[in-house]
Design a protein around this ligand. Structure first.
Ligand SMILES: [Zn+2]
Ligand SMILES: [Zn+2]
Length: 319
């Protein structure tokens, strides 16, 4: 008997089918692997791609959101690995309240761009696309967290003509090391062995006592995550050779590390940045500090002070 075609992709490959909890359709894994907490629900359930895009708490018809006043100075905010633009929604709102116009983007492989291939060139192109559209001729501030911090450094190095300042957070490890290679391989094995549901539990389970449940709910459980993107994310971070990138970053930098985060190369990176860098160590900050309400005032005060003093103005000529 020929296997039934998957109603999502119409392919017949593989006999195993997974049921979507929302529409009860039966799909191949790729069309039905994402877990989402339904609105008003109590647990994450498997969704087919169509139901996932209907059920998420972000607008799936667009690849970025804009927060803050139309005449605010532009900030390009870049999420970390696995979770799309909702990962940084709380910081986007906080900067918008200070009068900035925050462009909260999805990188390829994430959020509304989940079907796109993620690598460093595609990430930089996605950022440039939004910058060109929303802030033509203007300098902007880039603010990136974790993988987004590496991407922000790469963007600042590639576009010195239009970056007024860069907030680089949670990216104080040199990703060209053997240790990083081992981290990537280990995560590959663990991620291959676990379901999306189990992986979603890692974040809430590991950091449970310190992070805010409502923030995680909004940024992760109701937003969905892209665990199959771990490989491309890890390779993107590896492609961001900070020792080569940071000397090419010409703008002021706010270099942010959580006191308890991985920060093996903090001193080396600061040395490369020299007097351009302002250093913030978040007291009691983990890698997940954006979801630790107790430490956020430290970050927000420093980010506001830094943004005020950035090198704003018209974008210069492309180098
Ligand atoms: Zn399919
Ligand atoms: Zn469905």
């Amino acid at each position: 008997m020929a296997p039934e075609a998957c109603p999502g992709c119409k392919k017949t490959a593989g006999r195993k089918r997974w049921e979507c909890a929302a529409c009860s359709g039966r799909f191949c894994r790729d069309c039905c692997k994402r877990y989402l907490l339904p609105e008003g629900g109590t647990k994450q359930v498997r969704h087919c791609n169509a139901c996932f895009l209907k059920g998420v708490n972000w607008d799936a018809s667009r690849t970025y959101d804009v927060y803050g006043p139309a005449d605010g100075r532009p900030v390009l905010m870049i999420h970390g690995a696995i979770i799309g633009r909702m990962a940084m929604v709380h910081e986007a709102r906080a900067m918008a309240e200070q009068g900035y116009r925050v462009l909260l983007v999805d990188l390829p492989g994430h959020g509304a761009r989940f079907a796109e291939k993620l690598d460093l060139p595609s990430a930089l192109a996605a950022l440039e696309e939004v910058a060109d559209k929303e802030a033509p001729g203007q300098k902007l501030l880039v603010a990136g967290f974790s993988m987004g911090g590496y991407a922000a450094a790469a963007y600042a190095a590639a576009h010195p003509e239009r970056v007024a300042g860069a907030i680089l957070s949670g990216c104080a490890h040199d990703t060209t090391t053997l240790f990083w290679t081992a981290v990537g391989r280990f995560a590959d094995v663990v991620y291959a062995a676990c379901s999306y549901k189990t992986k979603s539990g890692f974040i809430t389970g590991t950091f449970g006592p310190y992070i805010d449940k409502d923030m995680v709910h909004e940024s992760l459980l109701r937003a969905g995550a892209e665990y199959d993107q771990w490989g491309p994310c890890w390779r993107l971070m590896k492609a961001c050779n900070m020792k080569a990138l940071l000397p090419r970053v010409r703008c002021p930098v706010l270099f942010v590390v959580g006191a308890s985060d991985l920060k093996t190369h903090e001193a080396a990176f600061l040395k490369l940045l020299g007097p351009r860098a302002t250093h913030l160590v978040i007291k009691d900050g983990l890698h997940t500090w954006p979801y630790q309400p107790a430490v956020l005032p430290q970050y927000r005060a420093a980010a506001n002070e830094f943004a005020k003093a950035a090198e704003w103005g018209p974008a210069g000529a492309k180098a």
